[in-house]
Ligand binder design. Structure first.
Ligand SMILES: Cc1cc2nc3c(=O)[nH]c(=O)nc-3n(C[C@H](O)[C@H](O)[C@H](O)COP(=O)(O)OP(=O)(O)OC[C@H]3O[C@@H](n4cnc5c(N)ncnc54)[C@H](O)[C@@H]3O)c2cc1C
Length: 124
């Protein structure tokens, strides 16, 4: 398959990028090494909290729900990110469970070797 953009990672930054690529009608593939959504937050310690309130922690398109506490905790953030994925699936699809290890430039495109995906030459 050929895509305009390949997003490496599936955390909050990747989800935001995917949201705007979808609006710009670009084709993309998101690859994430984790087995489940939530990015780095799913590996945080139990007491991990955002340093900003939910109202200021939303990613594009869908506000983070109120956490019932000023600074949302890890589980709330993970749950929000996973719900966000579900909300925008399948228009924002993530391939989970595979780290991208290398990329190779070929004569007319860059290829993601491990999975065999190709970036559209027009967007190199
Ligand atoms: C204590 C704490 C409080 C914070 N509070 C706030 C806050 O209040 N407000 C705020 O805006 N931010 C806050 N942050 C920062 C921010 O929320 C996190 O750092 C966030 O996880 C960054 O998201 P990200 O998408 O950039 O990266 P990550 O969540 O790290 O996601 C990156 C993803 O990419 C995957 N990946 C990496 N390499 C590859 C590869 N080669 N192939 C496939 N997948 C790969 C990883 O497995 C991971 O799932 C806080 C951070 C901490 C630690």
């Amino acid at each position: 398959m050929t895509y305009d953009v390949i997003i490496v990672g599936g955390g909050q930054a990747a989800l935001s990028v995917a949201y705007f690529l979808r609006r710009a009608q670009r084709s993309f593939l998101m690859l994430d090494a984790e087995e489940a959504g939530g990015g780095a937050w799913q590996h945080g310690w139990d007491s991990l909290r955002l340093f900003s309130p939910a109202a200021w922690s939303s990613i594009a398109g869908w506000p983070m729900p109120n956490a019932g506490t000023t600074y949302p905790g890890r589980d709330h953030v993970v749950s929000y990110l996973r719900d966000y994925e579900k909300r925008y699936a399948p228009s924002i699809g993530i391939e989970l469970g595979g780290a991208l290890r290398n990329m190779r430039r070929s004569s007319n495109s860059k290829s993601v070797q491990q999975a065999g995906f190709t970036l559209a030459p027009a967007h190199r």
